[in-house]
Ligand binder design. Structure first.
Ligand code: PA5
Ligand code: MN
Length: 182
């Protein structure tokens, strides 16, 4: 991959035009991350999709993507991403809200922070903080843009051995969501 300038565009369907990789994450892959199982839900139901632009995984280069999390819940627990830490824990990341309402869960050892994300809002995720995004609507998708160093790597195992200490559920008060401790 040559190190040349390039331009991408987020189109009206929130597709990152010029992307190099598209991934869909379905319920079957997410089952173990939700607190409960919904026996009536198809394993093939889409939870979220990602349009990512690849560059060489070299220090100094930047990756970017669009994530679209579908609206919905598993027994009241909002749809979310799997979540991960970066293998290179010095690598930070920025999420920028495009559409919808969500929250970003961030965790490092016994520290936990939940920041809301919505259109035009930027969330800074410092290096070394595991992160997961939750769509807090059961009617509208959450769309956000991410940018992060190309040599970050993904540590998905981290989430398995260090699960997030809070889960995000529908709220019965006038709050958008409710955080429930594991
Ligand atoms: O780099 C990021 O943190 C994001 O672009 C995520 O990869 C994306 O939102 C999908 O989440 P996950 O990688 O946890 O499946
Ligand atoms: Mn990340």
């Amino acid at each position: 991959m040559s190190n040349q300038p390039f331009v991408l565009k987020i189109n009206e369907s929130f597709i990152l035009e010029g992307y190099s990789e598209y991934t869909e994450t379905k319920y079957e892959k997410m089952k173990s991350f939700f607190l409960t199982v919904d026996e009536n839900r198809s394993d093939k139901e889409l939870i979220y999709k990602v349009y990512k632009k690849d560059v060489l995984a070299e220090p100094g280069r930047l990756l970017q993507c669009i994530t679209i999390i579908e609206p919905g819940t598993i027994n009241g627990q909002f749809f979310m991403t799997r979540g991960h830490n970066h293998i290179n824990t010095s690598c930070a990341e920025i999420y920028f809200g495009i559409k919808g309402d969500g929250c970003v869960l961030m965790q490092r050892d016994d520290e936990f922070v939940c920041e809301s994300i919505s259109k035009n809002k930027s969330v800074y995720i410092p290096g070394g903080w595991a992160h997961r995004t939750v769509n807090v609507s059961s009617s509208d998708p959450l769309v956000f843009y991410s940018i992060w160093p190309a040599d970050s790597g993904y540590d998905y195992e981290y989430i398995v051995s260090n699960p997030f200490s809070y889960n995000v559920f529908e709220s019965d008060s006038n709050k958008l969501y409710s955080l429930e401790k594991n």
